[in-house]
Design a protein around this ligand. Structure first.
Ligand code: PGA
Length: 251
């Protein structure tokens, strides 16, 4: 079953105001018929305006996090249903910056993932090792533990995407070797197949994330079991992200 549609996902992190919406409309205009799916995850404050700006075009929008509860006394938090209400179809969960800055554990991420699914969102669950963990040759154990702990039962190729993001490659300009990326993606695929069965395991898309740029995208996308990218810095400008979309979609 090799029907995994390629996916270019952009994570704007804590960047972007109304002035930046033009980047997304420019992206949509430059790639009216991309050979891949395109998702941009802006800050929550921009979600509904971005969703309106891209409506009817090739770009979908997503959140960068959600609370595990559906509603309640959680000052400053945003629920999955609120993201959906604002026009999101996707949400990034368990990004290493959330794990590090907000103490998110695998259990937290799993609860958030359930909440996302309850709201009808597709979850992009992030896993990745630190430099210390890689140097101690613990990468595959760390990734396996994060995957087992962060992904709830009930995953399918329609509700889950997994992003492999080595912490040391995020925003640093450093990337693993293509062999290292392939080793981790193959391991993630094998673990998903073992847990969820071959059909589901083979249908979940696996993204690489960490310093993906137009200049290195084609090489990364040629690696086995890489179905696309989760892109931070290079997703902020239409020209940069467009280069990645083109490398992925062959347009
Ligand atoms: P980067 O970020 O592309 O700026 O390295 C990737 C991410 O954090 O998803």
């Amino acid at each position: 079953m090799r029907h995994r549609r390629k996916l270019a996902a952009g994570n704007w992190k804590m960047n972007g105001t109304a002035d930046d919406l033009g980047e997304v409309t420019a992206l949509a205009e430059a790639h009216p018929d991309p050979g891949c799916q395109i998702v941009i995850c802006p800050p929550a404050t921009l979600l509904s305006r971005m969703a309106e700006a891209v409506e009817g075009g090739p770009v979908e929008v997503g959140g960068q996090d959600c609370h595990p509860a559906a509603s309640g006394a959680h000052t400053g938090d945003v629920s999955a249903a609120m993201l959906a209400d604002a026009g999101a179809a996707w949400v990034i969960l368990g990004h290493s910056e959330r794990r590090a800055d907000h103490g998110e554990t695998n259990d937290t991420v799993r609860d958030k993932c359930r909440a996302a699914w309850d709201a009808g969102l597709i979850a992009i669950v992030c896993v990745g090792e630190t430099l210390e963990q890689r140097e101690a040759q613990n990468t595959l154990d760390i990734i396996s533990g994060q995957l087992a702990g962060s992904v709830p039962d009930g995953a399918t190729g329609h509700n889950l995407v997994v992003a492999y993001e080595p912490v040391w490659a995020i925003g640093t300009g450093k990337i693993p070797t293509m062999d290292q990326i392939g080793e981790v993606h193959d391991a993630i695929r094998a673990r998903l197949e073992r847990r969820f069965g071959e059909g589901v395991g083979r249908s979940v898309r696996l993204l690489y994330g960490g310093s993906v740029k137009p200049g290195n995208a084609a090489e990364i996308f040629a690696v086995s079991n890489v179905d696309g990218a989760l892109v931070g810095g290079a997703s902020l400008k239409a020209a940069d992200f467009g280069g990645i979309v083109a490398a992925l979609g062959g347009d």
